[in-house]
Ligand binder design. Structure first.
Ligand SMILES: Cc1cc2nc3c(=O)[nH]c(=O)nc-3n(C[C@H](O)[C@H](O)[C@H](O)COP(=O)(O)OP(=O)(O)OC[C@H]3O[C@@H](n4cnc5c(N)ncnc54)[C@H](O)[C@@H]3O)c2cc1C
Length: 449
């Protein structure tokens, strides 16, 4: 084991107590158990990160970058003998430029804190993962996170203008720009977005902002007799050409899990719930019309922001409710939106075939589903039926023209399936890019692809 004696002085702190480090060794992905790290660095500056990375490079020590640890794919879990570099203490919003509509945030800033800060200037930071109160901007960049508002505004990628990044050997680089346009050189900023901590450690992010809407959106919530007709309603809305401000779907088992955690009055007849928002009352009327045409039992339309927040709190509670129900193997498949009804039908069939509980919610407007396979909390290893059912869900998504992961990333959990989506030639290019950025393969090795 490498000795930490020569570890450089940094502004932040270096943890080595095994009990304390255990909290940094895992994320929210139950199947991936973190190994024992050598140390956890709580960086406070970009220079801290650079010093720690440089030491790791010189001593051939693996690095795991870590944001807030809310990931669902095991990407921030510890590798045996690694140094975890946590960005959590780098949580300052350094600049908000209202005139040019951008902000510069340290990587550890919590997503919702950034949005709250820019709202004071009449602006918004649109990408809002359900985990917005517990995930960091750096983690959002590393996973190209999506969220509820992304159906209208686009995902993290569309908002990242520039980055400060520490390379695996400790060099500090800046990519991108503050301008609206800019095409100098290869777009390394966008290469880093979604790279899951395998190419560089992001320490600062320059994000694009938008004016916050002046009129609150109109919310439409509907109860359906089954999840397939709710999914058909989503496909029908997409067919109208109206872009909803939000469109989230929950199946019966998801609603039951949320009801068990924070009761909201789930009705017996509700087998699925769709929550949509229109940025104008006219758009909302189109949503309500399509929901009813697809067979909704009842539809509620509201322009009361408090009521909307209450409904969305049910959706945002879904993952916590799944975690409350047991250990979770969280999938994140995406399909073309016309295929949503078929994908939901296949998930129901797979659940019945394997006798596995698979509550599913979806950023339905994006065709991004979260089938979440639940197994007993006491089981340390993932039961074979879960692996088999998970495999069939992935295969179903790919067969319908979809993808393995819409927003959570590959991490450790999905690495075994990547070759099913990416061809050998494409994987070879990935390996080439990785070798240029990280020639010693020390940065989050084995994650992402
Ligand atoms: C309740 C709940 C709801 C969720 N809802 C959503 C959702 O709606 N949409 C969505 O997209 N995700 C969602 N997630 C997943 C998760 O919140 C996102 O993946 C988020 O972007 C992770 O951010 P983090 O700061 O927690 O990153 P971490 O979990 O710490 O890390 C995630 C990955 O990014 C890398 N990384 C982290 N920070 C950096 C950095 N500064 N530089 C380089 N690499 C880094 C890590 O190595 C790891 O590979 C949810 C999770 C939970 C628990």
């Amino acid at each position: 084991m490498v000795s930490l004696e020569s570890f450089p002085e940094i502004t932040g702190s270096v943890l080595t107590d095994p009990d304390v480090m255990a909290a940094y060794a895992v994320d929210h992905c139950s199947p991936v158990h973190g190994a024992v790290p050598l140390a956890v660095v709580l960086a406070e500056t970009t220079e801290d990160v650079a010093a720690a990375a440089g030491w790791c490079y010189a001593n051939d020590v693996v690095i795991v970058p870590r944001g807030a640890g809310s990931g669902l794919a095991g990407g921030a879990s510890a590798i045996e003998g690694c140094v975890i570099i946590s960005l959590a203490k780098m949580n300052a919003v350094k600049e908000i430029n209202a005139q040019d509509q951008y902000a510069i945030a340290e990587a550890g800033v919590i997503n919702a804190d950034l949005d709250r800060a820019v709202r004071e200037h009449g602006l918004m930071y649109p990408p809002d993962p359900s985990s917005f109160e517990i995930c960091s901007i750096g983690g959002n960049v590393a996973t190209n996170a999506g969220g509820l508002r992304c159906v209208m505004y686009g995902v993290t990628r569309e908002y990242v203008l520039g980055l400060t990044v520490v390379l695996p050997d400790g060099r500090i680089i800046r990519t991108g720009r503050r301008t609206v346009k800019g095409v100098t050189g290869y777009d390394l900023t966008q290469l880093l977005v979604g790279s899951e901590g395998t190419l560089g450690i992001v320490t600062e992010v320059t994000v694009k902002l938008r004016p916050a809407p002046v009129i609150p959106p109109t919310t439409v919530a509907a109860s359906f007799p089954d999840v397939v007709s709710a999914a058909a309603a989503v496909a029908a809305v997409v067919g109208t050409g109206v872009v909803p401000a939000l469109m989230e779907l929950m199946d019966r088992r998801t609603l039951e899990c949320v009801e068990a955690l924070r009761p909201f009055g789930l009705e017996d007849e509700t087998r699925a719930m769709l929550i949509g928002q229109g940025s104008t009352p006219e758009d909302a009327a189109v949503l309500a019309r399509e929901f009813e045409a697809a067979g909704a039992h009842y539809t509620v339309v509201s322009d009361d922001p408090a009521e909307a927040a209450e409904l969305l709190a049910v959706r945002r509670a879904a993952f916590h409710a799944y975690e409350h129900a047991g250990n979770i193997f969280s999938e994140d498949v995406g399909v073309p939106r016309s295929q949503l009804p078929e994908m939901f039908a296949r998930i129901e069939a797979i659940s019945a075939k394997y006798g596995v509980d698979i509550p599913t919610c979806a950023h339905a407007g994006d065709g991004n589903l979260h089938p979440t396979l639940i197994y007993p909390r006491g089981e340390r290893e993932v039961p074979q039926a879960i692996w088999d059912a998970a495999d069939e869900v992935f295969q179903a998504a790919l067969a319908l023209g979809g993808t393995l992961t819409g927003e959570h990333g590959v991490g450790v959990l999905k690495a075994r399936w990547v070759g099913e989506e990416l061809s050998d030639d494409v994987l070879e290019l990935h390996r080439g890019i990785k070798a240029v950025w990280d020639p010693k393969n020390l940065l989050n090795p084995g994650r992402g692809f």
